[in-house]
Design a protein around this ligand. Structure first.
Ligand SMILES: Nc1ncnc2c1ncn2[C@@H]1O[C@H](COP(=O)(O)OP(=O)(O)O)[C@@H](O)[C@H]1O
Ligand SMILES: [Mg+2]
Length: 312
């Protein structure tokens, strides 16, 4: 299924949930959200709990209807039946029938997509291998850990070789090994050219995987772009480490910097602007000091994220 437009196109999506006993009170879960995801992108959908991530995914999967706005996938309206065979979905906290084994679940889902044996058996084998569950293929899902459920959930989302895959918090509840396996599975999908849209609040995973991210807070889009651009705009200070600084030079440097910490033989300074860095360096070097390092201090994605959420 090919289209000229973006693979995922969300326009002015708004969702009000009616709450309260009389359903007379509305909670706005999404507020005019617009974004588009291009073919082959790994797109991270970030936001704290309650931001509206799951609501967006449910609308894209046509599990709930928006109050207003539109969502298109591969050029088709989100509810289109013909779309089903081209997309995959891993819900948040997936629930599968407990008494099926891993291979039975995948076989069942494959049959729903009309895949027949023996191609189906090969498909199930390769998916179990991909998500690291080969040795548990005959284990009932009720005996699976959270991480294993998440991985079998990823496998079922891939059974129809989707062009676009939607994952709601795919790494949540996983141990480091499980996270690595899910990460690898996502990278393998990317290599095959699959467009991946996943929500997360686990930032190192997002940092490792995503081409672009959108940051959502209280139903509103705060920012969208390449992660390195979002982080680049905010070099907040520089850390300068000097050596061989005598007390007199240190006294002269003090007014030039924002912070000064003595660390044994070395002196660590902080400065906000490149101009400050220059004057510190020339003063220190002119007075017999030595330079160990200068590093821009970027806030981590966590810091950035936290600032978005708290409104600075
Ligand atoms: N079925 C619902 N009824 C009422 N409010 C809901 C419903 N689903 C979600 N919400 C509210 O919508 C907001 C967004 O929720 P959600 O999309 O689950 O956020 P996220 O997935 O980012 O944690 C929250 O305030 C949540 O309480
Ligand atoms: Mg959610």
């Amino acid at each position: 299924m090919k289209c000229d437009m973006a693979v995922i196109e969300i326009q002015e999506l708004t969702k009000d949930f009616k709450v309260g006993f009389w359903k007379n009170h509305a909670v706005r879960a999404l507020d005019r959200l617009s974004l588009s995801v291009e073919e082959g992108e790994v797109f991270g959908f970030l936001g704290p709990n309650g931001a509206g991530k799951t609501t967006t995914l449910k609308i894209l999967m046509y599990l709930i209807r928006p109050t207003s706005g539109t969502a298109r996938i591969l050029g088709e309206p989100a509810g289109s039946v013909s779309l089903r065979r081209h997309i995959g979905f891993l819900p948040e906290n997936p629930y599968f029938y407990d008494y099926l084994t891993a291979e039975e679940l995948l076989t069942y889902v494959g049959k729903l997509f009309g895949i027949r044996r023996p191609a189906l058996d090969r498909k199930v084998d390769s998916l179990l291998q991909k998500v690291g569950l080969e040795s548990s293929r005959r284990l009932q899902l009720r005996k699976f850990s959270k991480g294993m459920i998440q991985r079998i959930g990823l496998a079922q989302a891939m059974i129809n070789d989707p062009e676009v895959i939607f994952l709601d918090e795919p790494m949540s509840g996983l141990d480091p090994l499980g996270r690595r396996e899910v990460r690898q599975a996502i990278l393998d999908l990317k290599k095959k050219g699959v467009t991946i849209f996943f929500s997360s609040h686990i930032l190192p995973d997002v940092e490792a995987l995503c081409d672009r991210v959108a940051i959502l807070n209280r139903g509103r889009l705060q920012q969208v772009g390449a992660l390195h651009d979002i982080l680049k705009v905010r070099i907040e200070s520089h850390e300068i480490v000097l050596t061989s600084i005598n007390p007199q030079t240190a006294a002269g440097l003090k007014p030039l910097c924002d912070e000064m910490i003595a660390m044994g033989e070395r002196l660590q300074l902080r400065a906000a602007t490149p101009q400050q860095v220059e004057s510190i360096l020339s003063f220190a070097l002119a007075n017999g000091g030595g330079l160990v390092s200068v590093n821009p201090i970027r806030p981590s994605l966590e810091d950035h994220f936290f600032k978005q959420v708290t409104g600075e």
